[in-house]
Write a protein that binds this ligand. Structure first.
Ligand code: 26W
Length: 820
């Protein structure tokens, strides 16, 4: 019967077709009329109209995958920092002009409607945004792939400033409806927790859970760029198995009646706003197991089919583990294979190891998650048993390979004995996967040589590198239409899906007219930023200044303090008359940064930046040559306007601390020059764009760790460097805190006595680099020549290239075009 139904055609790909579909959505879905519609109505109708153009591609992709299943990739991530969806969908479906014209014919303004979209802030920073770039690239490369994650009801908090201090507000992003998701309640799965295990007479173990919740999937479209494929991002939301206990309700205990519901919903209520220091909260582990168990169950039962032979699983799929957050998937698959499918342990272990690969995104020991054995045994008793057995068998292999070196065995054990018995998730990941990768050459080298050295010695073949990348669709084509048009005019539009083609721009660096137009576009991007910051934050910036931008999460290793010391030093020199504002390169230093709410020092640094900024901007002399802007609530949407406007990209972390960075890539691709250390992907950016087009400074990783080994004495730099001493004394004096010396004393004394990230050691080298920046910026022809070369030589940093590396080195899945 179904075969005969002709496929429902998408609306016509022309202005009439679009306008008709829009009015249909406004009338029949939104239930209003053009004259009565609110801006949100108009936006939701637009979103659904664009969605309807992609729907038939989506259906075709899903249908084709069910009919002709191919080897695929499942990307498991606790975070997907998607950003706004409308423009990306318009670009991916080639609907931009048609939509603008169709709306204009109805007297509507696309700009006004796109501003109504709330971005889904389902991530903290680098890791979450990388996941979003990766699934975009997988769809554009026509790879069968699914993203699995969590549909947090509240995403990353909204940041506001009160007296310069960060205040967090809940991010109720779903309030105005979310047209980009489709709920699939009929595909809900049950996820269990707690309880105990029982061993049957036949020796098999059964888990008897204590309680369970339902995981309801919400599907999001992941459209490929102008190809027939629309992949799926499946985000899970928790709800109670029995929403409402009528009996208890009738007794009048209403709260008790819905307790189960609220309890269950709490699991996916909110994103944990930490991005490097796990708080080890039980709810966080519940979140991790919840989405992992739902995803594995969904793939095994729904995609493969309940009676599929799981021995084929490694041929069908690779589950990529985005950091340690989804690593509980390893014992979960073992439980499914051994307990539910009756597969013998050794065979199950072989299957499991061939199904999982692990990407590590950090170098900070404190960011590596460990879960107390006590908590794991209580929440997931069967999994703890499985982890024990995995560890026993692994340590037996270690002893077999390296002899009875008990120190080594204790060091490599998945179970840490000290300070409390805890499961080291990065070790479980290293044992239970077939491939482990870092996210930049230097990072992967340090993983092999330091963080996971024992495991690299034990299984060197497992370790590889895949340098991060960013999607050129959102971060060039969408965010920088002026530059995109100029590039396309010069070399055609192939670069959007083959970013390596940017190298064809190289000769244009020597073309004065091209450079002039390049500067013109940068200038108009600055004007756009001026408008945004004025309307959004009431911040005035001067587009005729050098825009010196530092945007990333607030963390001491990223060294926002080094940037603050540069600003204070400039402030001091301008105020003292040592520098004449008229002959100084005029700069606007733009910060963007959220601090994890529990990270006190980070919040103090935010307050310092805002107080220094207020003083600088309020000083009649200094503000002629130097301004500070710190728009609150930095997110993907702000980045899309800020990055194309930047002249200078600050990538100044202590060498050996930033795993990769991805902001650095976005800035280089949008014609900003980088001042940076040899850290993370900065190393590869500098190698590709050339030393003449990059402002390098600071200690290298080996130099920094040698000093740390030998003993680092930050105060020595204070004593020996007058400029540094003046800057620190100025902060300590209360100059930026109304004379109150106590306010920023903790920051200054930390720098003088601990300075874990060697801000003082790199200070002078940084200041010297900034002098070089000023000198070079005075020669605008030379500067823009370097900016063109940065763009031309940064094609490598496309997430399409990253995906191809994962495909070649780890996943080995092939592109499968979706017949249009
Ligand atoms: C709370 C636990 C926790 C620990 C680490 C939450 C989140 C993390 C993430 C791994 C932190 C993160 O976002 N790392 C960043 O990942 C980017 C993508 O690979 C890199 O480019 C950044 O260098 C890295 O800091």
């Amino acid at each position: 019967m179904t075969e005969t139904i002709p496929p429902i055609a998408s609306p016509e790909l022309n202005v009439e077709g679009f306008t008709r579909q829009y009015l249909r959505e406004l009338t029949y879905t939104q239930g209003t009329t053009l004259e009565r519609a609110s801006t949100n109505d108009k936006y939701l109708a637009l979103a659904r109209t664009v969605r309807s153009y992609l729907m038939s591609r989506w259906n075709r992709t899903v249908t084709q995958e069910f009919r002709k299943p191919a080897r695929a990739v499942a990307y498991l991530s606790a975070e997907f920092l998607l950003g706004r969806q409308l423009d990306n969908a318009l670009i991916a479906s080639g609907l931009e002009e048609i939509a603008a014209e169709g709306l204009a014919s109805l007297g509507l303004d696309l700009d006004e409607l796109r501003a109504a979209e709330v971005e889904p802030g389902l991530g903290n920073g680098g890791l979450g945004r990388l996941a979003a770039c990766f699934i975009d690239s997988l769809a554009t490369l026509n790879i069968p792939a699914v993203g699995y994650g969590i549909r947090y009801e509240f995403g990353i908090f909204r940041q506001t400033f009160v007296d310069g201090r960060q205040v967090e507000e809940p991010d109720n992003w779903l309030d105005n409806g979310s047209p980009w998701e489709i709920a699939r309640p009929e595909q809900e799965v049950e996820v269990s927790f707690g309880g105990h295990t029982e061993v049957g007479p036949d020796g098999t173990t059964t888990w008897v859970p204590g309680w369970s919740v339902l995981a309801v999937p919400y599907n999001y479209m992941v459209p490929g760029y102008l190809n027939g494929r629309v992949n799926t991002l499946r985000l899970w939301s928790a709800r109670a198995t029995h929403a409402f206990d009528l009996k208890i309700f009738n007794y009048g205990d209403y709260a008790e009646a819905v307790r189960a519901q609220t309890f269950a919903e709490n699991i996916t209520k909110v994103l944990y706003p930490e991005d490097s220091t796990p708080q080890g909260k039980e709810l966080r582990l519940q979140q991790q197991y919840f989405f992992v168990a739902a995803s594995l169950r969904d793939f095994v039962e729904r995609v493969l089919g309940p009676d599929s032979d799981l021995r084929e699983l490694p041929e069908r799929i690779t589950f990529q583990l985005n950091d340690t957050h989804p690593v509980i998937a390893i014992p979960e698959l073992m439980r499914i294979l051994v307990d539910l499918k009756g597969v013998p342990w050794d065979e199950a272990w072989a299957i499991t190891q061939k199904c999982f690969a692990y990407t590590c995104h950090t170098l900070l020991p404190e960011a590596l998650e460990v879960w107390p054995v006590e908590l794991l045994s209580r929440l997931l008793p069967r999994h703890m048993e499985i982890i024990y057995r995995i560890n026993d068998e692994f340590l037996a292999q270690v002893r077999a390979k390296f002899g009875n070196d008990e120190m080594l065995v204790r060091r490599m054990s998945i179970i840490a004995e000290y300070p409390e018995r805890a499961v080291r998730m990065a070790y479980l990941a290293s044992v239970g996967t077939f491939k482990i990768n870092g996210v930049a050459e230097l990072h992967s080298q340090l993983l092999r040589e330091k963080v996971l050295n024992d495991f690299a010695v034990f299984a060197p073949e497992k370790f590889t590198n895949v340098t991060n990348g960013v999607t050129p669709r959102r971060f060039v084509r969408l965010a920088n239409p002026g530059l995109s048009a100029l590039i396309t005019e010069a070399i055609g539009d192939g670069w959007v899906t083959d970013l390596g083609r940017l190298s064809e721009l190289e000769p244009f660096a020597d073309d004065a007219e091209f450079r002039r137009r390049f500067r013109e576009i940068k200038r108009s991007n600055k004007d756009r930023l001026v408008t945004l910051l004025k309307n959004r934050d009431g911040i005035d910036i001067d587009p005729d200044t050098m825009l010196d931008v530092m945007v990333k999460r607030l963390h001491e290793y990223k060294r926002q303090l080094l940037k603050v010391l540069h600003v204070v030093a400039q402030y001091d020199r301008l105020k003292s008359g040592e520098l004449d504002p008229a002959s100084t390169v005029h700069r606007t230093v733009v910060f963007g940064a959220k601090a994890a709410p529990g990270y006190q020092m980070a919040k103090e640094i935010i307050a310092l930046i805002n107080h220094v900024g207020a003083r600088v901007n309020g000083d009649p002399v200094v503000s002629q040559a130097l301004r500070v802007a710190f728009p609150a609530n930095y997110n993907v949407t702000v980045a899309e306007t800020l990055v194309p406007a930047a002249d200078l990209s600050e990538q100044i972390s202590l060498a050996g601390k930033e795993a990769s960075g991805t902001g650095n890539m976005k800035f280089a691709l949008n014609g900003a020059l980088t001042v940076g250390t040899d850290d993370g992907a900065n190393v590869e950016i500098r190698q590709l764009v050339g030393d003449d087009n990059f402002f390098l400074f600071g200690l290298t990783e080996p130099e920094a760790s040698a000093i740390q080994e030998a003993g680092y004495h930050p105060a020595a730099h204070y004593e020996q460097n007058p400029g540094l001493r003046r800057a620190l004394d100025l902060i300590a004096s209360g100059e930026f805190s109304g004379g109150d010396r106590s306010v920023f004393e903790p920051i200054v004394s930390n720098l003088l006595h601990e300075d874990r990230f060697m801000v003082l050691a790199d200070y002078q080298s940084y200041i010297d680099a900034q002098e070089r920046v000023d000198a070079y910026y005075r020669d605008q022809e030379a500067w823009s020549r370097s900016t063109v070369l940065n763009v031309a030589r940064s094609g490598f940093f496309s997430s399409d290239r990253s995906m191809q590396d994962y495909l070649d080195r780890i996943w080995h899945a092939k592109p499968v075009p979706v017949e249009l």
